[in-house]
Design a protein around this ligand. Sequence first.
Ligand code: KG4
Ligand code: ZN
Length: 336
Amino acid sequence: MKEILTLAIETSCDETSVAVLKNGRNILANIISSQIDTHRVFGGVVPEVASRLHLEMMNKIVDEALVESGVSLIQFDHIAVTCGPGLVGALIVGVSCAKALAFSLDIPLNGVNHMQGHVCANYIAHDDLEPPFVALIVSGGHSYLIEVLDYTDYIIKGETRDDAAGESYDKVARTLGLKYPGGPEIDRLAKEGRSDAIKFPRIMLEHDSYDFSFSGLKTSVLNYINNQNQKGLDIDKKDVAASFQQAVIDVLVEKSFRLLNETDHKTLVLSGGVAANEGLRKALSKRAEKENIKLYYPPRVLCTDNAAMIGCAGYYDFINGKRSDLDLKVYPNLGL
Ligand code: KG4
Ligand code: ZN
């Protein structure tokens, strides 16, 4: 069978990334240029700055990916690019570059949903993984619990009603005076704190709903910090981090396993930036072992944003006959 070569581009937030994939699951190059150091000064991503930096880096990162993979432009079978969700100006840079390449090389274009890409990171990391399964996607902007029926076929069972899981990590971290992005900082501190030190709410919403809500939890942590400050009492950042993280984990674990039980799937796939969280990985692994569920998660570099995962999602769209037109637009609020 002829091998398929994919050139993939990701610019939805603060990483400019270009990847080259063979047959959807083999990485030949996955160059990631992070803007985090620039945004850290502002405590979060500044959209206008992100767009400008993507523009500055785009062609250079494409070149790097070509050199590292040893593949030349004329060899590609198609181009995959994130078209949403994400920051509008940031997405436009990647999509414009992808359209120009697809047009000039006269090859198909596949606009990819960024969240679908997060799930696909697991196909790259695990050769044996195949649908169907339940997927928990927890990133900086979105949280989803979905049933993956096939490579391009999903049923959304739950999503966030307000803040995403990663967003609540970042906001709590900022209040604790930790650097951006807050997820890895809280993960690190939580290991040294007591997870039962402070009682934060487990917001489960209705028992029969798989939706998430992390805004109330975030407010509860902020109130705790304000109260301690007003009373002139010390705040143990490690205990706050551990107790907050446990409240997030309890909800994610409970809902994921409830859905596994309801659907009878035997595989759980974790993805998105928060999938890098050690506490979450451990809690899911422990429960999975107890309930005889096979758990997959990607290595850290494939948890956070990267073009390889976008290439993998685009590859499955491509071999299933999906094509985007050259007037592909960007969709900042694209749902799964
Ligand atoms: O998926 P991602 O790279 O970007 C989006 O698509 O949003 O996720 C970024 C999010 C940030 O909120 C960051 O704080 C969080 O993932 N994150 C973590 C960890 N590493 C990254 N959250 C908890 N623990 C971590 N170790
Ligand atoms: Zn992401």
